[in-house]
Design a protein around this ligand. Structure first.
Ligand SMILES: Cc1cc2nc3c(=O)[nH]c(=O)nc-3n(C[C@H](O)[C@H](O)[C@H](O)COP(=O)(O)OP(=O)(O)OC[C@H]3O[C@@H](n4cnc5c(N)ncnc54)[C@H](O)[C@@H]3O)c2cc1C
Length: 405
């Protein structure tokens, strides 16, 4: 039977980052992934390293720390992760939204995010493709983007370079405990002796938790994205709309029409190749990764209002991914006190690409030093912040198991 100090379960961007940071610090680590690198949510998402979409507080603080690590990763990793800091805008359509965004921006400024409000003309000067019907936008030069698949692959190859063992196509089937402490991981390709396990399984993290009797409040929140044919540069940096922020944090305020029920909020970006990525939705439909005509139509209708030129561009495909959603919108990170040697690194909702770098660093600190020197309150990220009865209510109030539409 093989032995290792830490088993990281999950080869998405989070598990790969944790494995990379641990291996770089000289820890003996084995990454186990049931399928392939970035075969889950990390391969079915956008590419934004967005600061503006983070709640001003711990969420934004983590994102600010994370973004500091990306230029180093661009240098360090053997894969070109296509990291660019080319700014981001949140489009504002009404005076009411302007007032809300004014407060949001003020709170973000206080935490160190450079972001300002732009009137309509200035917003359209930055993005000539925008229609006339906007009130303005925000703009932050600190928002960036990265290729999420290359990022996961870069972390994976980096981990291997520093000596990590990797087991792709290997499913974790169980975790053995001895006197309340992790002692081995059971896979479909044999068992691994270890005293430490990191659960980095995104929306599947609750299944790993259940193997050791933990109830982990993460449910899938589907997002559908449209991909167009490559076109000449049309969209510069990350573009979202104020409604996107509402759909993310306060979907109940969207109203009750079809677009509100689908959680439609605009995300728009252009890849290095020129393809436009047009999103998206926020839906609770269990583990279904299908796209639906209804949602794609609603997303396009919304996007064309802002960028009329989209009408003349061909759609080539669509896809859906599952955001690992938690009750308070923050990931679940760090040691789980009830089970010695069990660590969580999951629940990043729509922020896992941006937060991957800081997550890997935090987990590495906590596993190797027992604490982190970064000014991040790990208690606020712990599994223990949720009470059992609240987890029950959370599950019951969302359609987390199915009837996909
Ligand atoms: C439409 C959409 C757009 C998004 N856009 C952005 C964005 O622009 N910026 C951003 O920061 N974030 C974005 N996100 C969020 C981001 O994609 C996720 O937060 C992130 O990918 C989660 O990564 P993960 O590693 O936790 O999960 P995953 O990538 O899902 O990885 C989990 C892995 O665990 C493996 N696994 C599960 N069970 C087992 C088992 N028993 N044994 C072994 N392996 C197992 C799975 O196969 C999977 O590969 C978006 C998400 C969606 C859906």
């Amino acid at each position: 039977m093989q032995s290792t100090d830490v088993v990281v379960i999950g080869g998405g961007v989070i598990g790969c980052s944790v494995a990379y940071h641990l291996a770089r610090r000289g820890v003996s680590v084995t990454l186990v992934e049931k399928s392939d690198i970035a075969s889950g949510t990390s391969g079915a998402c956008d590419k934004a390293v967005l600061l503006q979409s983070k709640n001003p507080g711990l969420h934004l603080k983590m994102a600010l720390e994370s973004v500091k690590l990306f230029p180093g990763l661009q240098e360090e990793l053997d894969v070109d992760i296509e990291f660019k800091k080319d700014g981001g805008m949140i489009v504002i359509y009404t005076e009411e939204q302007w007032k809300i965004m004014e407060q949001f921006v003020e709170r973000q400024n206080k935490l160190g995010l450079a972001v300002q409000l732009l009137g309509k003309d200035e917003a359209r000067r930055r993005q000539p493709a925008f229609a006339e019907n906007i009130v303005g936008s925000t703009y932050s030069p600190m928002d960036g983007e990265v290729n999420p698949i290359y990022l996961a692959l870069g972390f994976f190859r980096g981990a291997k370079k520093y000596g990590a063992k990797t087991m792709l196509g290997t499913e974790v089937r169980g975790i053995k405990l001895e006197k309340g402490r992790v002692c081995s991981v059971i896979t479909d390709r044999g068992n691994i002796n270890t005293n430490n396990v990191v659960n980095a399984c995104g929306v599947y993290a609750p299944f790993i938790g259940a193997m050791v009797g933990l109830d982990i409040p993460i449910i899938p929140r589907r997002g559908q994205i449209i991909v167009t044919e490559p076109v000449a540069p049309l969209i510069h940096g990350d573009v979202n709309c104020a409604r996107y922020i509402t759909a993310k944090f306060r979907p109940e305020l969207l109203g009750n029409d079809e677009s509100a029920r689908l959680g439609v909020g605009l995300s728009l970006g252009q890849t290095e190749n020129g393809n436009l990525l047009i999103g998206g939705t926020r839906e609770f439909v269990g583990y279904s990764k299908s796209t639906t005509h209804r949602a794609l139509r609603a997303v396009l209708k919304h996007a064309v209002k802002l960028v009329p030129a989209l009408k003349g561009i061909n759609v080539i495909r669509s896809f859906a991914g599952l955001r690992p959603y938690t009750p308070d919108g923050l990931p679940i990170l760090g040691r789980v006190t009830r089970i010695k040697g069990f660590y969580m690194a999951a629940g990043h909702e729509g922020d896992g690409i941006a937060l991957s770098a800081i997550t890997g660093k935090l987990l590495c600190d906590v596993i190797t030093y027992g604490t982190t020197s970064l000014d991040i309150d790990m208690n606020k990220l712990s599994l223990e912040r949720f009470k059992e009865e609240d987890i029950d209510v959370f599950r019951k109030s969302h359609n987390c198991y199915g009837d996909a539409v």
